[in-house]
Design a protein. Sequence first.
Length: 276
Amino acid sequence: LFFISYIVMMIMNVGISVLIFTDKNLHQPMYLLLCNLSVSDISGSTRLLPRLLVDMLRPPSERLISYYECVVQAFTTQFFGTTTHTVLMIMAFDRYVAICNPLRYSAIMTNKMLIKLTVSAWGVAFVLVGILLGLTIRLNRCRTLITNPFCDNASLFKLSCESVFINNIYGLTFTVVLLIFSIGSIVLTYTKITVVCLTSKNKSLNSKALKTCSTHLTVYLIMMLSGIVNVMLHRFPQHSDSRKVSTILFVIVPASLNPIIYGIYPNSDYFSVMSC
């Protein structure tokens, strides 16, 4: 069942990426950012899920992974997870400009600006996660058992007998800063969008704004809920089977729903909002 879900998720995300790439009518910021989201989902899930699905079929004694492969898995998992946050933050900004400054949208969201925002989204995630894993790699190891279903930063530094105080401080700072900027950008942009909609007497604008924003907000809330559940289960090592299932669902569910949710509403709604 999980394998079929993985295949379906890959087909949908690859399909939507190819569609956006080949259809010039979709070469707009909203869809190009969605393509970034699909690429992140494809890359992250491909590096994690096949190995995880195979390990679930193996007896515990045969679930072996080299340290360097574990580091790569930890980096890619956290890198693409962070990238999802940064891309969704940019998409929130795109919604804000489209609804609150529709007449200036084309002047603000130029191709040059889109490239800058995209590079920033991936670049910031790469640097932050690179430092996170760099602090962990420097530690000497005295253990070999990883209790987590997959390799992540916490699993790696738990292999060390050295002080991980710096790792914990940076990891906590990294998480807090990411969530503050992520949640803050969503709250700020949607507050301003709500004010615009409440003060506007254009019912057509309000309806179309609701449709275009609800897709983005739904994807964001699903991602946050999945992450919270996964983190909570990480605190209970005794529930290893539940953690394995939740890990797979954490990757498959948001990645599968993204192309579905963004495909619910007609494309014309987005452009209609910008022309109001």
